[in-house]
Design a protein around this ligand. Structure first.
Ligand code: A2P
Length: 273
């Protein structure tokens, strides 16, 4: 169950999000997730749990090359040299030779450094230290600028995405440019989404949970969701979304939920350090 990135590398179709877990929680959660079959693990320098994630990866009963570890550069380390250092610090905390996917966490357009940062990412990929490189929370305009100045496309844009904030235009633009959409807060961050009557109806109709219906919606859109849970039962159900499908009509009913707006930061203004 993988999706092909535009650089020719496969990416798992679902993963485990780890925010806001601390090192201990992340270590336990990742260990359990891998035993359930998860292969994609998503962390970030700013989460403060790369050491825990790395410890779980080191102890995992599956080979390193079967896992797909993503981490992200924090905002305070934008710029070429700072990004190279930031990567090395993340890699050391993770205890890995390479990461599978390295993302610029936020564009921070006010700092004006994301293109220089991207040059460091291109270099890290050339060195094989980051097998694939991408961005998070970028707008099409910001991605176009990266490409205009470096000629290198990100293979992934990880953005807030769930039925209440469905990002139709952004997803269409990603598809046109062969960028995989990765969904953060795919369940709506524990908000009212899972209590929406239409979600509950579809869950009943399929004998599934509301979370499974929402995650299946992501998978059918071609997006890669990274639900966060530290609860073993939820982790299991969140992974079991490949043995049923939603009809076009059911997808349309979920599409009708769109319009509530973002829960998280806006790429044009958000400042994360
Ligand atoms: P918990 O960690 O206690 O399981 P998102 O990934 O959209 O940010 O959502 C994460 C939130 O959704 C967390 O509060 C998490 O709680 C909760 N959550 C994760 N999986 C499920 C599930 N299968 N059913 C209900 N809530 C869930």
């Amino acid at each position: 169950m993988t999706i092909m990135l535009s650089d020719g590398r496969p990416m798992p179709r679902i993963g485990l999000g780890t925010w806001p877990m601390n090192d201990n929680e992340a270590r336990q959660a990742v260990t359990h997730a891998v035993s359930l079959g998860y292969r994609l693990i998503d962390t970030a320098a700013s989460y403060g749990n790369e050491t825990g994630v790395g410890a779980a990866v080191a102890d995992a009963r599956v080979a390193r090359e079967e896992l797909f570890v993503t981490t992200k550069l924090r905002g305070s380390q934008h710029g070429y040299d700072a990004a190279m250092r930031g990567f090395e610090e993340s890699r050391a905390r993770l205890g890995l030779d390479y990461v599978d996917l390295y993302l610029i966490h936020w564009p921070l357009p006010g700092r004006g450094l994301y293109v220089d940062t991207w040059r460091a990412f291109v270099h890290l990929r050339e060195q094989g230290l980051a097998r694939s490189i991408g961005v998070s929370n970028f707008t099409p305009e910001q991605i176009e600028r990266l490409v205009a100045e470096t000629g290198v496309w990100p293979v992934v844009n990880q953005v807030e995405l769930h039925p209440l904030f469905a990002q139709r235009d952004l997803r269409a633009w990603h598809a046109e440019h062969d960028i995989v959409t990765e969904s953060w807060s795919p369940l709506g961050a524990g908000g009212k989404l899972l209590d929406e009557p239409v979600v509950a109806d579809l869950a009943t109709a399929h004998g599934r949970t509301p979370a499974q219906v929402v995650l299946r919606w992501h998978v059918q859109l071609g997006a890669v969701p990274i639900p966060k849970s530290a609860d073993p039962g939820r982790m299991r159900q969140n992974f079991e979304v490949f043995d049923f499908s939603l009809s076009d009509e059911e997808m349309a009913r979920l599409a009708a939920l769109d319009g509530a707006g973002r829960i998280g930061g806006d790429p044009d203004t958000y400042v994360e350090l």
